[in-house]
Write a protein that binds this ligand. Structure first.
Ligand code: SAM
Ligand code: SF4
Length: 357
């Protein structure tokens, strides 16, 4: 077992920006432009998914190091106004565990009016929080759910909270937050539950997307050999559904869409299921993401350990232009891809819950 991956981010020197064109956007050396911002707001979580968190949870980030709603609002405002950010998604850990999440959204809306604000959540407690979040400007929500088998859910997440997740999904649907995306990580233990999960999603009218597990579990047990890949999933789903590939409507969208209908059904297939083959069919060449950790460091890639702390600038009186330049420099240094297929691949030091997925 490897050490738990979190801590005060390493202060890396700003990447060398020689050769960078004088362009305000978040460019990198491989011709990509980041426009999709993910902001982690906490390392805490109400679940302990085995592919993400250690059983005891991640070590707590000292409260004073967490960005405040005003700081998050200021950063997102700089992103939207000066750097070309077109959408922000709040994540974690579990963002609903920030009691001030509505304040974070409100501060962001004030700093970046009109910017779509999404949430990635496990759904636990969402039903109760949703009205305040909607009032604060939330526009979209993605919910994570790997199986609708209660016992399997409890084993995989180490918490018996399936009913709470389903209540969260129902509340989001009732609030009209559509299209509602539900993300499921492909795990060997729940692979046989995939057809039931898809049948549930079709019935509930939510867009299900399966994601290949990445080597970002805090326990460090991921292995390429035991990976459930997209091909294996399609074989399992194919026993019960007819599937037809429709591809991607947006080249930056990570999910490949498949039209789906139950075997034997006569009506034309209108529903789709998404497949995010992050390991076997990497979309790094099209990546348009930039990430900010809960302590305010820019992380240009999930798989790169280099982080550029913006908190000292935010808290040290720097003006917006200086912060924007540091962010641009951080993204210019983004690596080409996750490198999982290379012999010298190293897992990142932080796990998914500590980066913000
Ligand atoms: N707690 C929230 C949730 O679960 O939606 C937000 C944070 S979670 C880290 C964000 C997303 O990352 C979830 O959809 C989760 O399933 C996914 N995830 C976590 N660990 C992963 C891994 N090792 N490989 C692929 N996806 C992972
Ligand atoms: Fe928590 Fe989300 Fe990680 Fe599961 S995937 S442990 S819900 S942060």
């Amino acid at each position: 077992m490897t050490a738990v991956n979190i801590g005060i981010p390493r202060r890396s020197p700003l990447p060398d920006v020689s050769g960078r064109p004088a362009d305000p956007h978040l460019l990198d050396r491989f011709g990509r432009v980041a426009t999709d911002l993910r902001v982690s707001v906490t390392e805490k979580c109400s679940l302990r998914c085995t592919y993400c968190m250690p059983e005891e949870g991640l070590p707590a980030i000292p409260r004073a190091l967490l960005l405040t709603p005003a700081e998050i609002g200021r950063l997102v405002g700089i992103g939207a106004r000066d750097l070309g950010v077109r959408e922000v998604r709040f994540t974690g850990g579990e963002p609903l565990l920030r009691a001030d999440l509505a304040e974070i959204l409100a501060a962001t809306r004030a700093a970046a009016p009109g910017l779509p604000m999404a949430l990635t959540t496990n759904g636990v407690g969402l039903d109760k929080r949703l009205p305040a979040l909607l009032d604060a400007g939330l526009t979209r929500v993605n919910i994570s759910l790997d199986t609708v088998d209660r016992e399997h859910f409890a084993r995989l997440t180490r918490r018996d909270r399936l009913p709470a997740v389903l209540a969260g999904i129902e509340a989001a649907r009732e609030a009209g937050l559509t299209p509602l995306k539900v993300n499921a990580v492909l795990m060997r233990e729940t692979l046989d539950d995939a057809p039931d999960l898809l049948a549930w999603a079709l019935d509930a009218g939510v867009q299900l997307r399966f994601i290949e597990q990445m080597p970002l579990d805090a326990d460090g047990v991921w292995s390429r050999e035991s990976l459930v890949d997209a091909a294996e999933l399609l074989a399992v789903l194919g026993r019960r559904f007819e599937l037809e590939e429709v591809g991607r409507d947006d080249p930056h969208a990570p999910a490949e869409e498949w039209r789906v209908r139950s075997r034997g059904a006569t009506a034309p297939a209108t529903a789709t299921v998404g497949l995010i083959a992050s390991v076997t069919r990497s979309f790094c060449a099209e990546c348009d993401r930039t990430r900010v950790t809960a302590e305010g460091s820019v992380r240009s890639c999930l798989f790169g350990d280099d982080e550029t702390p913006l908190a000292p600038l935010l808290r040290g009186g720097a003006d917006d232009a200086t912060i924007a330049d540091a962010w641009r420099a951080a993204m210019w240094g983004k690596q080409a891809g996750h490198g999982m297929d290379e012999a010298d691949f190293h897992r990142p030091k932080r796990s998914m819950g500590a980066i913000g997925g």
